[in-house]
Design a protein around this ligand. Sequence first.
Ligand code: ZN
Length: 232
Amino acid sequence: MKLNCPHCSRTIPAENINIQTAIAKCGSCSAVFGFADKVPGTAPFGSSKRTVELPKGYSVDHDGTGLVITRRWWSWKYLALLGFCVFWNGFLVVWYFIAFTKGGPLIMKLFPLLHVAAGVALTYTGVAGLVNRTRITVNTAEVKVKHFPLPWLGNRLIPRQEIDQLFCEEKITSGKNRMHYSYNLSAVMRGGNRLKLVSGLDTPENALFLEQQIEGFLGITDRPVAGEMRPV
Ligand SMILES: [Zn+2]
């Protein structure tokens, strides 16, 4: 089976094509896309485009003027992170208790400040992961992305007419023992710039679901972004 990336038009190598899920990944531009609609016979019941099912933790509503998708962040990984923070912060509390009650040298009080900053950031991330949601509001005038109730980077407000297309990207970061994969939903703007809309999604289905819902609502059809290759 020969498949080309809908975003940069390059050929997708066979190892990046998953027949079971009908999801493929471009090695050149990291785009992740569903291809069931491009291969006759793989779409269930002959539907023209395979629709990704509602992922866990997502809800879709239509209010008077538009589409509202809410994504709950909750995941076990945030509980694990908070568990780690208990040890991390506990260690620092003991450290400072000793430093101040036993009259430790100044270096003992200054040295762990970076660790304190990391502890605060990780704890905030863990708590946000348990309580936060992302709400994506789409109407004919604009696309709005808001993270709440705890403030978080990455809120967006983009006029509808500036968006040319949406696409999903895979991000690979190397961790200590293994690679970590996450998925973004990004927009290609009228001028050709790319803008991240939602990042840090756990599975390609999550990103593809958002792409399908929003593109479907806005009436955007997937087509190759010719000549817009990003550096590998
Ligand atoms: Zn590509």
